[in-house]
Design a binder for this molecule. Structure first.
Ligand SMILES: C[S@@+](CC[C@H](N)C(=O)[O-])C[C@H]1O[C@@H](n2cnc3c(N)ncnc32)[C@H](O)[C@@H]1O
Length: 281
């Protein structure tokens, strides 16, 4: 049996070991890793989605933007391709802005806009060649109804491009926070459920592109939006009571959840993904 060491001797050994760990902590190896991590990996930005669309669009196509917001993507698609376009969004201020932007762009003869949810919009059956659905599915109230409406609007063989954000391991406390987000419907971020809804609607998944952190890195390298959100989050937490008194608990809780949205993407807790779907013939 080894001779038992006195506690003071053990502590001395631990301290010595820790000094070695400190030397490694501040050693050249770690600094070199930080330096490597300061180099951009030249990530693609969100224009990648236009490249995906370009591989699917043909001249003369009818393109539908579900959840078009201010029509900026519709205008981008019209400028890149000889198409006519339809924009749908239920929020009045979005459609008003979209109408203004489309008019200023001189595209009113090629773009029609509807203030409605996709399920309620007057889109003729099988009249659309391509659906562009960017950052919308995680926000719709009735996911199966929206996907069914999209499949109905597509002509047989038509394609749908979805960009959405999937749950990739949010913790219980993240989910509790997300429940306060007014726009996001957390159940829509369940990948297995989404796949089942596509299949039930007759949409075949042709391609999945994991965007991961690329678009976020692209933005952060340019304008640091998430750094700003972290700063806002810190300030929100330090003055939660005052903000709650001024704006009410629901607005403050929503903003706190929304300030985590991109951060979760950076941490890999959510997974931004593109799906290319094809309507069954
Ligand atoms: C996060 S925004 C994304 C807007 C735009 N597609 C983009 O990428 O910037 C989500 C949009 O989906 C719209 N939306 C929510 N439910 C919808 C539905 N059932 N049908 C159509 N649009 C919907 C919202 O009004 C909002 O403008």
């Amino acid at each position: 049996m080894p001779h038992a060491m006195r506690p003071a001797a053990i502590l001395e050994l631990v301290k010595q070991g820790h000094v070695e760990a400190l030397i490694a902590t501040y050693g050249p190896g770690t600094w070199r890793i930080y330096a490597d991590l300061d180099v951009s990996m030249a990530p693609d930005g969100p224009d990648e989605l236009f490249d995906v669309a370009a591989s699917l669009i043909r001249p003369g196509d009818v393109v539908l933007d579900v959840g078009c917001r201010d029509a900026s993507h519709l205008i981008g698609l019209c400028r890149r391709h000889d198409i006519t376009a339809i924009g749908v969004d239920p929020v009045p201020v979005h459609i008003a802005k979209a109408a203004e932007v489309v008019s200023v762009a001189g595209l009113a003869d090629r773009v029609s806009l509807h203030q409605a949810t996709l399920e309620e919009a007057p889109i003729a059956m099988q009249s659309v060649d391509l659906i562009w659905c960017r950052d919308v599915l995680e926000q719709v109230a009735d996911l199966p109804a929206v996907v069914r409406a999209a499949a109905r609007a597509l002509r047989p063989g038509g394609a749908m491009i979805v960009f959405t954000v999937l749950d990739n391991g949010l913790t219980t406390s993240d989910r509790e926070l997300l429940a306060h987000h007014r726009g996001v419907v957390p159940a829509n971020m369940d990948s297995a459920r989404l796949m089942a809804i596509y299949a039930e609607s007759g949409l075949l998944l042709e391609q999945t592109i994991e965007i991961g952190t690329r678009w976020r890195e692209h933005a952060e390298e340019r304008t640091q939006p998430v750094s700003r959100k972290l700063l806002q989050l810190a300030r929100l937490r330090r003055q939660r009571d005052e903000l709650t008194t001024t704006y009410g608990p629901d607005d403050v809780a929503h903003v706190e959840a929304n300030l985590h949205w991109e951060l979760w993407q950076f941490l890999g807790l959510t997974l931004p993904s593109v799906h290319v779907l094809r309507r069954d013939r």
